[in-house]
Design a protein around this ligand. Structure first.
Ligand SMILES: C[S@@+](CC[C@H](N)C(=O)[O-])C[C@H]1O[C@@H](n2cnc3c(N)ncnc32)[C@H](O)[C@@H]1O
Length: 369
């Protein structure tokens, strides 16, 4: 094995610390990004501010070409580049969606389109976008059960719920997939497999931006809020930046303005929301360093374990908390226990005679919240 820590590697490490720019790798020369840029240019998008790059810690993302000032537009992606349910309904899938009863959900329409276009390979007009999408995801729903088993208990429970949810999504969508058979020479079961749907579900879940579409009779009444935004979806999350992001009805572009300045050749971040680490791992498959919203979840077992075992009212107190939806999402953040955790603890510590009025307090606090 090669000896590490010699003089040369020390000098290299020191240089890297002094000049973190050298640790970012420009990826714009890669064939997949050259193709994507051409594809975007054909749809009237040319980028002046950003370059695809790989960063230590956050992986693939976008780097600023020039310094960006607070309030500046960082990206403005025309509607023609967006993949929404409009795209799907206008496509060859539209007639099948219109025929299917009960109407498929917006999410199912998008997932079916992604799977079908990926299957089309070179024939797909979305190929340059599909080529830069991850092949696999790191959300707990994609992890082996033995790995999920190693997660903290409340997260483990949510990860299992998520797995069941996607399994049910797959099972309940099979009829719709069968109806698409006339479009394919291969058996639809081998195209719209569980793993293909899981990939599409994770693609939408981890990458789509929020864009509300009006309800349409050919789709179910579930909110239609997803838009896949090629290139823009290379922006990673930082809890420390602020951005304004929305579809602009006048310019017909999805626009992101930064409220946080960014130096030239730094990674440009957006904020996916004030999410704690559980939520980021569950929904996006990663945990950021130094998250100000990070917190520790306190489970029912932990609560009971550290309270007096002689309390005869414990079961009653727990059922009051359950009735008022106060047994989950009890957390400790950087600033100490959350309001929910304090309220639950107050109730659990009540003396028997105080319990009745405590029940009223919980109901009142919940009402006031
Ligand atoms: C919208 S995509 C961003 C681009 C993505 N990094 C890529 O290479 O395609 C969201 C995904 O990026 C990754 N990601 C976003 N922010 C991150 C961060 N701060 N640290 C590590 N991974 C991050 C996660 O895998 C997440 O699911």
């Amino acid at each position: 094995m090669k000896k590490r820590g010699g003089r040369t590697s020390r000098i290299r490490r020191r240089k890297l610390l002094r000049n973190p720019e050298s640790s970012r790798v420009n990826e714009s020369y890669k064939p997949e990004f050259i193709e994507l840029k051409k594809w975007l240019k054909d749809r009237k998008f040319e980028d002046a501010n950003l370059i695809p790059a790989r960063f230590p810690g956050t992986g693939r993302g976008l780097m600023s070409k020039t310094s960006l000032q607070a309030g500046q537009m960082i990206i403005s992606l025309p509607e023609s580049c967006l993949l929404t349910t409009d795209t799907v309904i206008r496509s060859y899938l539209g007639a099948y969606i219109a025929k299917w009863q009960p109407p498929p959900s917006p999410l199912l329409a998008l997932c079916a389109f992604l799977v079908s276009e990926k299957h089309a390979g070179n024939q797909s007009p979305w190929k340059p976008y599909l080529e830069v999408l991850p092949e696999a995801y790191t959300c707990p729903v994609c992890l082996e059960p033995e790995v999920v088993n190693l997660l903290p208990r409340p997260l483990k429970a949510k990860a299992r719920e998520q797995r069941t949810h996607v399994r049910e999504f797959f099972t309940s969508s099979r009829g719709f997939f069968s109806s698409l058979q006339p479009l394919f020479s291969q058996a639809v079961e081998s195209i719209f497999s569980h793993s293909a749907l899981l990939w599409a579900w994770c693609t939408v879940n981890t990458r789509a931006v929020y864009m509300k579409r009006p309800p349409r009779p050919c789709l179910s009444a579930e909110p239609d809020t997803y838009a896949l935004a090629p290139y823009l979806d290379l922006l990673n999350h930082s809890p420390r930046v602020q951005v304004k992001a929305a579809f602009n009805e006048e310019t017909r572009c999805y626009e992101i303005r930064t409220a946080t300045s960014c130096r030239k050749h730094e990674e440009v971040f957006i904020c996916y929301g004030p999410h704690d680490n559980h939520r980021l791992l569950l929904e996006y498959g990663f945990v950021p360093v130094r998250n100000p919203h990070a917190c520790v979840y306190v489970s029912e077992d932990t609560l009971v374990k550290y309270l007096p075992s002689t309390d005869k009212q414990m079961n009653k107190k727990i059922s009051i908390l359950k009735d008022h939806d106060f047994i989950e999402n009890l957390t400790f953040g950087w600033d100490g226990p959350s309001w929910r955790l304090l309220t639950a603890l107050k109730l659990l510590c009540l003396e028997a005679e105080e319990l009745d009025s405590g029940r009223k307090t919980t109901a009142r606090s919940q009402h006031e919240k």
